[in-house]
Design a protein around this ligand. Structure first.
Ligand SMILES: [Zn+2]
Length: 195
């Protein structure tokens, strides 16, 4: 440590950790590792539903099946849109910095922020689809005994498992730090770490 400069006011805001920490994982690795994050909410909410309302009765005719598939596709699109919307609004402050696409090899649609943002905003954007499409419908379904809402919430909590993995990977990054969403992998690169 250079004591001579330790109390230099210029050093107060200096990075305290090495810059450019890559906290991303490949999409294939993310798919494997996120099972750990997908299972607990699925099991817990399903068990809670049975405890509160008994065994669910889900009898679907053909139109019901199509409605479910339609809802699923809409939910997947909404999941990525919510990531992008929250990142643009609280992170990059510009909608033109958000790119949407589909990774065909991992069969994973994605929203990607092309410029850096603070880790706090990145976290908010990462967790928002899980809250809006997963936690809220699950909670309302459990509250009212509506299995379809509960089921929808369970599916979209499981679909957010990769986001939970990313939140876990960046758990030690202070919220003021500057991070950049990884263009092809799950997670981000920490550009500058601030305490
Ligand atoms: Zn996501």
């Amino acid at each position: 440590m250079n004591l001579k400069h330790a109390d230099d006011p210029e050093n107060i805001c200096a990075p305290t950790l090495p810059a450019e920490q890559d906290l991303s994982v490949s999409l294939a690795a993310a798919n494997m590792r996120s099972i750990v994050f997908a299972l607990p909410p699925v099991v817990l909410i399903f068990a809670l539903y049975i405890l509160l309302w008994g065994r669910p009765h889900l009898s679907l005719d053909l139109s019901g099946v199509f409605i479910m598939i339609g809802l699923f596709v809409l939910g997947v699109v909404a999941h990525e849109a919510i990531h992008g919307f929250v990142w643009a609004l609280w992170g990059t402050r510009s909608f033109s910095t958000i790119k949407f696409g589909m990774n065909l090899r991992a069969l994973a649609p994605y929203a990607h922020a092309t410029i850096p943002m603070k880790a706090g905003a990145y976290r908010l954007g990462a967790v928002s689809p899980a809250l809006i499409l997963g936690a809220i419908p699950s909670f309302l379904g459990l509250l009212t005994g509506n299995f379809l809402a509960t089921f929808f919430g369970i599916i979209f909590l499981a679909a957010a498992a990769g986001d939970f993995l990313v939140l876990w990977l960046i758990r030690n990054v202070p919220s003021q730090s500057l991070v950049k969403d990884h263009p092809t992998k799950a997670g981000c690169v920490v550009l500058v770490n601030y305490p």
